[in-house]
Design a protein around this ligand. Structure first.
Ligand SMILES: *Cc1c(COP(=O)(O)O)cnc(C)c1O
Length: 357
């Protein structure tokens, strides 16, 4: 090792799902929305004025913050925005998890949490999901430096009822509890109303999945004004202009178009419920996902082999080799009805034993 390397911060990075160059593949591997964003986003994009780009953006991203506050019925001081929820969550880790005690999160969950904890030198302790892959609230009632979990959890897709979320938040008044609601818009119940009762709660949401804006990078946090103020202080000490002008303008359009948002998420929910039935018909074990993906295994077909066969056929899904408990599962994003038809056509043929194409 070179001497300078001893002074380098070294981390094992998060590995995102593959983004193939070939646009003809059926892409069910990164939980993107199969539908385009609101037509109002497209209209606003056409109206963007390139001349304006010479100016720095509004560091407070007020237009976007106000649109979010209005849509969600909170005040603007309760909203923090950033470059995807990955950015706002990282900022929340940096701001809120300064205790010497370990933060707690599930063993099977969004695999960015341990990466941020390592990066920011935050001690952590994972809590195993139960045999049905559910979070046990009692595991989160021990001394800790903070708590984070997604609801619905990823990659299981399983939803925790609001009363259990409240149980966890209530039991931990001395630390910040972050609920990562990246998939809440696909039929879940948001913890947002709990903000009125608890000042230690932080809720993260994103425009990437339910608003079809993964490419624009917009995430947001809801919390009490004092806590949001602390997170803003950290952001301004790091990079004041995280949100660029197009993202602020287009994101605000997307958030205001509630009608399109409802139609789009409803379509995905409908396709998901149908897909669950089809998958079970094909012999898959498929949990009751409340997100825009399903998490499945098959008693007779090894997940790694299925993953490879699907990829060969131009259908990309996600397979996690680790942790070992989930290495025989596939996470399949809900695509359009047509994309899912293609998936089922392939699976039906594959399982009938005909591997000819
Ligand atoms: C997708 C996802 C995020 C991050 O989404 P962004 O694109 O960064 O907004 C955060 N948490 C979970 C659980 C996710 O699945």
């Amino acid at each position: 090792m070179r001497t300078w390397e001893q002074n380098i911060r070294r981390v094992v990075p998060y590995v995102p799902g593959e983004q193939p160059k070939d646009t003809s593949v059926i892409k069910l591997n990164t939980n993107e929305n199969p539908y385009p964003p609101s037509p109002k986003v497209a209209a606003a994009l056409r109206n963007l004025d390139a001349e304006q780009l010479r100016l720095y953006p509004d560091p407070a991203a007020s237009e976007l913050v106000d649109a979010i506050a209005e849509t969600y019925g909170v005040v603007r001081e309760q909203v923090f925005v950033g470059v995807g929820s990955d950015d706002v969550l990282a900022m929340a880790f940096l701001t809120c998890f300064q205790s010497e005690r370990p933060i707690l999160f599930p063993d099977i969950t969004y695999s960015f949490y341990d990466v941020w904890a390592d990066l920011f030198r935050i001690p952590y302790e994972v809590q195993p999901l139960d045999d049905a892959f559910l979070i046990r609230p009692e595991d989160y009632k021990k001394p800790n430096g903070g708590i984070i979990f997604p609801n619905p959890n990823a990659p299981t897709g399983l939803l925790m009822p609001l009363c259990q979320i409240e149980e966890i938040v209530h039991a931990n008044p001395d630390v910040i509890v972050i609920v990562d609601e990246a998939y809440i818009d696909f039929g879940g119940v948001s913890a947002l109303p709990l903000l009125k009762k608890y000042d230690n709660l932080l809720i993260a949401q994103t425009s990437s999945k339910s608003r079809s804006l993964a490419g624009l990078r917009i995430g947001f946090l809801f919390g009490n004004p004092k806590l949001i103020g602390y997170i803003n202080d950290c952001k301004y000490s790091f990079n004041s202009y995280t949100m660029n002008r197009p993202a602020i303008a287009l994101g605000a359009e997307a958030v205001r178009d509630q009608e399109y948002f409802r139609q789009c998420t409803q379509k995905i929910i409908k396709t998901r419920e149908w897909a669950k039935l089809k998958l079970r018909e094909l012999g898959f074990l498929c949990g009751d996902s409340a997100s825009n993906f399903v998490f499945v295994s098959h008693p007779e077909h090894e997940a790694g082999e299925l993953f490879a066969a699907l990829k060969e056929a131009g259908i990309y899904v996600r397979h996690f080799r680790k942790p070992e408990r989930i290495c025989n599962y596939l996470r399949i994003t809900i695509g359009t009805k047509e994309e899912m038809d293609a998936l089922f056509a392939f699976l039906t043929q594959y399982m009938s034993g005909d591997r000819s194409n």
